[in-house]
Design a protein around this ligand. Structure first.
Ligand SMILES: Cc1cc2nc3c(=O)[nH]c(=O)nc-3n(C[C@H](O)[C@H](O)[C@H](O)COP(=O)(O)OP(=O)(O)OC[C@H]3O[C@@H](n4cnc5c(N)ncnc54)[C@H](O)[C@@H]3O)c2cc1C
Length: 388
């Protein structure tokens, strides 16, 4: 068995590394949970796109460069190792993008994907409603067909960065007589449509990272529907699979965080070593990130032979979300009370990035389907345990 990278893969890694070394902004961008930071990140995404490094896995005709999954993992490793900004258009690029590749018409692919790759269009997700979170089949927002349009009424909530985004994709009930998973349609909606009201919600970090969205007689052309009318659940489940699977959280991100964690431990070793459990937690975090990376290469090897990510997306989601929590909790233990200093405080460590990461890590077990729901899926579909 040949476990080394090929010359082509090594050349690709070198090219990506060199470009990032020359182009990654020297000063960190403002948080993408602010208008200013969102636009700075959009500008950065454009530069990536111009270098054909925005969506390396997509076909060239759609703004990518036709890389395979191994090359994508290499890109991700280099991207995070370089300290490049977090990706702001992941909802579009990593969730709706692959959904369109699978379910979109040729016209929809041409219309949406290149603008998504260049981040001219930024996307928000519209699944959750006040009474439909984990139980997404309880969606009540309606999309009633009137000729060649749907008329949308209802409310979505917790939509990440929707106050800054250009478009929303999500599920709406197109058959008012239907219930549960039936009669739902997957629609794309311009967020500047008449009748759309977006109200920000503050996240734990105090920034307007989420929004609730109200639809009052919003008219959306029928050609904005992805997949068949009434069959949106099936399309949405594919999107959820991309979110929980490898795409949203590649191992490179965690390997980079764990390297920073080791450096943090080394810098504060005298204090940290007073509690031997901290050193254990640093080692466990490092091993966890490496194990996740090896498992990703294994999965990608299987996918290359035609396998599909199925229910294992749920185990994957639990692994990365719990790993992220562990790494950030460990960093906060190393930093002690200083870890709670906000970015403006003169003695804040690393611009309070550990605090910011710690706060966001709390959300990992909730978004992309809570970890309790993932454990239900594993119990029922992978282990064959009874429902109750
Ligand atoms: C950072 C972040 C970003 C998000 N971004 C978006 C977004 O862009 N778009 C969007 O639509 N939504 C988004 N969400 C919302 C997210 O999808 C929901 O929070 C999630 O689906 C849970 O729904 P809920 O909050 O209504 O909690 P509930 O469904 O009310 O759950 C409450 C608790 O009960 C548990 N629970 C519920 N049902 C079961 C069950 N059957 N078995 C065991 N336990 C159960 C849950 O695990 C949870 O602990 C985001 C959330 C976060 C935290």
């Amino acid at each position: 068995m040949e476990l080394a990278f090929t010359p082509r893969q090594r050349a690709f890694r070198a090219e990506v590394r060199a470009w990032l070394a020359d182009n990654v902004p020297r000063t960190p961008l403002a948080s993408y949970d602010t208008r200013e930071g969102f636009e700075q990140h959009r500008e950065w995404e454009r530069r990536l796109f111009d270098a054909r490094l925005s969506m390396v896995m997509w076909p060239e005709a759609l703004g990518g460069r036709g890389c395979d999954l191994i090359e994508w993992l290499i890109f991700e490793e280099e991207y995070y190792a370089s300290g490049a900004p977090l990706r702001v258009n992941q909802n579009g690029q990593l969730l709706l993008g692959p959904t369109l590749m699978e379910f979109g018409t040729e016209a929809q692919k041409q219309r949406f994907l290149p603008r998504m790759a260049s981040s001219e269009d930024m996307w928000a997700q519209g699944w959750s409603e006040p009474n439909a979170g984990s139980d997404m089949a309880a969606i009540t927002s309606k999309a009633i067909r009137e000729g060649d349009h749907y008329v949308l009424n209802g409310q979505k909530t917790w939509s990440t960065r929707a106050i800054y985004a250009d478009w929303l994709f999500g599920l709406f009930r197109s058959d008012p007589a239907s219930s549960r998973h039936h009669g739902l349609s997957f629609l794309t909606v311009p967020l500047d449509s008449p009748g759309v009201t977006i109200r920000p919600i503050r996240a734990l970090n105090g920034k307007e990272a989420f929004a609730e969205i109200f639809f009052d007689d919003v008219r959306v052309p029928v050609e904005n529907r992805i997949g068949d009318e009434g069959k949106g659940w099936h399309v949405a489940m594919a999107t959820a699979g991309f979110e929980r699977g490898l795409l949203l959280r590649s191992p490179g991100r965690f390997q980079h965080t764990t390297r920073r964690l080791v450096a943090l431990y080394q810098a504060h070793r005298e204090v940290a070593d007073r509690d031997p459990a901290i050193r254990d937690a640093v080692c466990e975090s490092w091993m966890g990130a490496e194990a996740y990376a090896l498992s990703a290469y294994h999965t990608v090897g299987r996918l290359a032979k035609g396998a599909r990510i199925g229910d294992e997306a749920s185990t994957n989601k639990i692994v990365w979300s719990e790993l992220d929590l562990k790494m950030h909790e460990t960093a906060m233990r190393i930093l002690g009370a200083r870890g709670e200093l906000v970015a403006e405080a003169p003695e804040a460590e690393d611009g309070a990035s550990w605090l910011e990461g710690f706060l966001f890590a709390q959300a990992g077990p909730i978004y992309a389907g809570t970890n309790e729901i993932q454990r239900n899926i594993i119990a029922e579909r992978m282990l064959g345990l009874p429902k109750s």
